[in-house]
Design a protein around this ligand. Sequence first.
Ligand SMILES: [Zn+2]
Ligand SMILES: [Zn+2]
Ligand SMILES: [Zn+2]
Ligand SMILES: [Zn+2]
Ligand SMILES: [Zn+2]
Length: 209
Amino acid sequence: MTAFVKYQPYLPKDRVINLTLPDLLVCTICDGIAWLPVACKNCEKPFCLPCIETWKTQREDLITCPHDCSEFIQRTCPPSIIHILNTLQVTCRYKTNGCAETLSYNNLEKHEKGCGYRLMTCSGCDEKIVQKEFQEHESNCALVSLTCKECKSVYQRHQQDEHTEITCLRVQLHQLRDRMTQKEKDYNEKQHALESQVNDLNQILAQIR
Ligand SMILES: [Zn+2]
Ligand SMILES: [Zn+2]
Ligand SMILES: [Zn+2]
Ligand SMILES: [Zn+2]
Ligand SMILES: [Zn+2]
């Protein structure tokens, strides 16, 4: 049996600013506040759904409760615990990026999914930028790739000036030439095939005469 590895709680206790009754609300698997809580039918202790799922996959035949009940039977989290959870005031997980919001437990997920301080990676310079400044950054970043609408050449924004109208026309001319060459090759192949068919027919005709 593999040992259960504790992992980072989704909601660490120190993000709650009005934590009362921690014994009732903490998931003993991750030591954080129970997140997406479910409970043990026997002892009614809440656990994070992801924590208990991992716990279950690491037990073999008999799934015991992390609180030593002989068998773990999952139930929904008791409404009394949900009620207390919903009174918690929690700081946003992106506080270190600058988000000053405090949210109630039940509004936390929605806020964090759309929080303007979550980090996004710029496709050009690979830097992490907070979401609310991301568009502004990407539309100015010198390393972002641009595609010329006319000739489909790809270059970084700082090379934009080098892609002058003449350069662009030259590229298009090359593309046109390549296409012509290809067409010519196709045409010659077809011509050749036709000629050999005519030859074959002539031979057959000669035999008939
Ligand atoms: Zn947990
Ligand atoms: Zn239990
Ligand atoms: Zn936030
Ligand atoms: Zn960038
Ligand atoms: Zn171009």
